[in-house]
Design a protein around this ligand. Structure first.
Ligand SMILES: [Zn+2]
Length: 472
């Protein structure tokens, strides 16, 4: 497994930055062309690989339109095709869910899953409709990146101990030398991202080399519930990542205040422009409405939240060799669909990071991550399984008369879902509610538990109520 490392340029002169930016802009046009031609339903029908795309472009002369070196556009085509493949895979996750909802016949499901996997959904009306719904036509939004293959760049230390990265420019054999703020040389394929006068060099390192990957995992099975105040609460009642809520609240307050001030400044600038005072309007735009500082603050905040969440997951894995959790990747397939409201946007993004951390840390440290259906886990009592009331961070069970800490109660319910014979990962919400109600009703009327139907027995044998990501 790989993890991403980022190195930064240090005091890069504006001339060089402009030169690299120009290259990134031209490569952005390459990306747009790839998306335009192959990023739609029709494009995939052709089933092209990036090598075939390159051969076609070489044959019909498309490559000559961009004014960049051969290796640069070829790598960019490969990268853009990979982006398209990722967006397609994300859409298929939604379509698989739709298939599960549509039919419970195993043969029919299997037929549709297979057709979907082989990209043969065009002939099936239901699959074609679902694909059109979930795989919206994408377009390229990346105009600030350069991908550099491992054999196309080099790094060197100068006399003062500064590390320089040399990458190909727009002319053959004319390298652009970028001073770095680190002494650790980046390795493998590089992705240069240009932001606010600075170059970020993203590259991948093998996670097994990281110290945190060597940490052994525990031996318990632990359920976790995702929170807002803390990153995770486990089924032992322990909170992890307790700073998260404060980090998010502070950031949300800061953003609201900053957006208010920027809106005011923008209206002053607009009024000045209307009066004909273009110098003033320009001054405000340049000095007060810039994006460099804003973007760096945002990046710092993201880094802090990520650290908090990853630390929390590490703490859970310290004691667990199996982590039971809700599948947090649901309804979070792309960063483009984040809501406008600041709080909800932060919450949605945090959920994505938590999902990533659970997956990443479990895999690196060799514990199993088991996804379960979390419907109603925060609304039922873990002791008597009846519905209760949740108020803030407390859960009140009217039938036991006990008040639980809401997140702990949910985490225990999630833990129990891993062994639940009736509630599978994709069992719809209303079915889950019905099952839970039937159980408490049976309890009330003292009827024996009926779970010997062949369907249930089969399901239990296959243990499909969870999807395990297990690397031993
Ligand atoms: Zn209860």
């Amino acid at each position: 497994m790989k993890v991403t490392r980022i190195a930064y340029s240090a005091q890069l002169n504006p001339g060089k930055y402009a030169a690299v930016m120009e290259q990134a802009r031209r490569l952005g046009r390459v990306r747009s062309e790839v998306w335009q031609r192959y990023g739609s339903i029709n494009g995939v029908g052709a089933g092209l690989r990036d090598r075939q795309v390159r051969d076609r472009w070489l044959a019909d002369g498309t490559h000559a339109l961009f004014g960049v070196l051969a290796n640069a556009w070829k790598e960019t085509v490969r990268d853009a095709m990979a982006d398209i493949a990722a967006s397609l895979a994300a859409a298929k996750v939604d379509v698989r869910r739709a298939i599960s909802r549509r039919t419970s016949d195993p043969a029919e499901r299997q037929r549709m899953f297979t057709a979907l996997k082989a990209d043969q959904w065009a002939s099936d009306p239901f699959l074609a409709r679902q694909m059109r719904k979930h795989w919206r036509r994408g377009r390229n939004r990346t105009h600030d990146q350069i991908v550099v293959r491992a054999d196309k760049y080099n790094t060197a230390l100068d006399g003062r101990g500064r590390l320089w990265l040399a990458i190909p420019g727009l002319e053959p054999r004319k390298m652009v030398r970028i001073p770095l703020s680190t002494a650790v040389a980046p390795t493998g394929t590089l992705r240069l991202i240009l932001r606010g006068g600075r170059v970020e060099i993203h590259y991948q390192v093998d996670a097994s080399q990281m110290r945190s990957s060597q940490r052994p995992c525990g031996d318990a099975t632990v359920g976790v519930d995702k929170g807002y105040t803390e990153a995770l609460t486990d089924s032992d009642g322990q909170p992890h990542g307790v700073q998260l809520g404060e980090l998010l609240t502070r950031e949300s307050d800061r953003l609201k205040e900053r957006n208010r001030r920027r809106a005011k400044l923008r209206s002053i600038a607009n009024n000045a422009a209307l009066r004909g005072d273009h110098a003033k309007a320009h001054r405000i735009k340049v000095n007060n409405l810039g994006t460099v500082k804003r973007d760096r603050q945002a990046a710092r905040h993201r880094a802090r939240v990520r650290t908090e969440i990853f630390t929390a997951v590490h703490q859970v894995v310290d004691k667990a060799n199996a982590v039971i959790a809700e599948d947090l990747t649901q309804r979070f397939t792309g960063r483009k669909n984040l809501p406008k409201n600041i709080n909800r946007r932060l919450a949605a993004w945090t959920k994505g990071v938590t999902a990533e951390a659970l997956r990443n840390v479990s895999e690196r440290r060799g514990s199993a991550l088991v996804h379960v259906n979390a419907a109603y886990t925060s609304q039922t009592c873990h002791r008597c399984a009846r519905f209760g009331r949740r108020r803030g961070d407390r859960f009140h069970c009217t039938s036991c008369g006990v008040v639980w800490q809401a997140d702990v109660n949910a985490a225990i319910n999630i833990l129990h879902r891993a062994g639940d014979p009736d509630i599978a990962l994709h069992t719809p919400h209303h079915r889950v509610k019905q099952i839970l109600q039937d159980r408490t009703d049976r309890h009330r009327t003292r009827l024996p538990v009926q779970d010997s139907s062949p369907a249930t027995a089969g399901r239990r044998a296959n243990y499909p109520n969870c999807s395990a990501i297990n690397n031993s």
